[in-house]
Design a protein around this ligand. Sequence first.
Ligand code: FMN
Length: 409
Amino acid sequence: MKETTAASPFTLHNKNVTFKNRFVKSAMSEGLATKVHLPDADIFRLYHTWAKGGAGLLITGNVMINQQALGEPGNVVLESEKQLGLFRAWARAGTHNDTHLWMQINHPGKQVPKGVAREAVAPSAVPFESGIQRFFPHARALTHPEIEKIIRQFAHTASLARRAGFTGVQIHAAHGYLISQFLSPRHNQRTDEWGGSIKNRFRFLREIFNAVREAAGPEFPVGVKINSADFMKAGFSEEESQYVIKELERLGVDMIEISGGTYERPELFGKNASASTLKREAYFLEYAESLKQTTEVPVILTGGFRTRPAMDSALQSGAADFIGLARPMAVYPDYPDRLLSEAPVPRIAPVKTGLPFIDNLGIMELAWYNQQLARLSKGRKAAPGFPPVFSLALLLMKNGINVIRQRRG
Ligand SMILES: Cc1cc2nc3c(=O)[nH]c(=O)nc-3n(C[C@H](O)[C@H](O)[C@H](O)COP(=O)(O)O)c2cc1C
């Protein structure tokens, strides 16, 4: 039998869906929506470029399920069928060249910076760690009817995505957003049926998954992005993560994407990864290896992958079925094609200003890479040599010195 490599196709047998290779462009919030939170020509151009670049599956940046719950000013929102024409154009742009395009759907919960939304909601009114909290409004706990409404909104957005021509959806349950807050015993301190045991903390995601499946239909691929852990004291653990994935498998999830961390712990960008982890590139490889001992569900492993040998080795060991790539795709949108042709891939320098208290924050990664996405969306080439200190200057000009000051603690 031929050995599995990143070039091997993959079929979801129960869905009759085939991906031409194992490269997945992971979600990157584009920050490019219009003032009324819709996609336009810039986003279409960006996805056309990515589809041309060779990945088997593109996952969109998080699309919010409701206009009142934005994570960032430039978020796309899909909540009404009136806007479907624009989403159809997006779907067309991202599915040429035999490419799949899944929409990532999200609710930010309390991860809404001040100035973006009037209030922040969460499972419980638990503040962020000191230092970070000053950057966000204080969260209030959701009521039971509000929770039910959010579940329906996830389902509605998924059914609209399907009607628009997206070939799947991914529910965002990672990185400290609302679903991830429900899963975490630190952030979810409810005493009703939505909190307490992991079974209860999983209830919100379970209900969302079931509602999405029902609204989008049995043939439509539904994936979930989830943390291996959130790396916080008394937070969501690897054991709990494995429990949730087993449950989702039982419910019929089509694909799991593994990441980790939150705004408080930006481990998704490899912050604090050990030298031995960095050598194997993928930040969550060990977790994926252990997960795959207990589950058959197809896994996208995301975070840190850069070279073909590391990718092929993760695929051949069975730790992953797909390789998730985010930051490289913002600089070289044809990264998959480059890897497939086995051309050497350029090394992307780490985003470092030289100021350690800034460099340890996720915000610099987001700022620098968002600037690259903005260039691609205008049909320009990315600028890998763009100095991160200039990104910092642009960030400060846009948001003021408080962005840094407030996050410093
Ligand atoms: C600019 C930017 C925006 C991101 N937005 C999202 C997002 O909307 N949803 C998500 O799940 N992850 C998001 N991520 C995280 C990536 O999907 C990925 O997990 C992370 O960058 C690690 O993968 P990499 O090493 O290949 O970049 C974002 C990352 C960047 C750089």
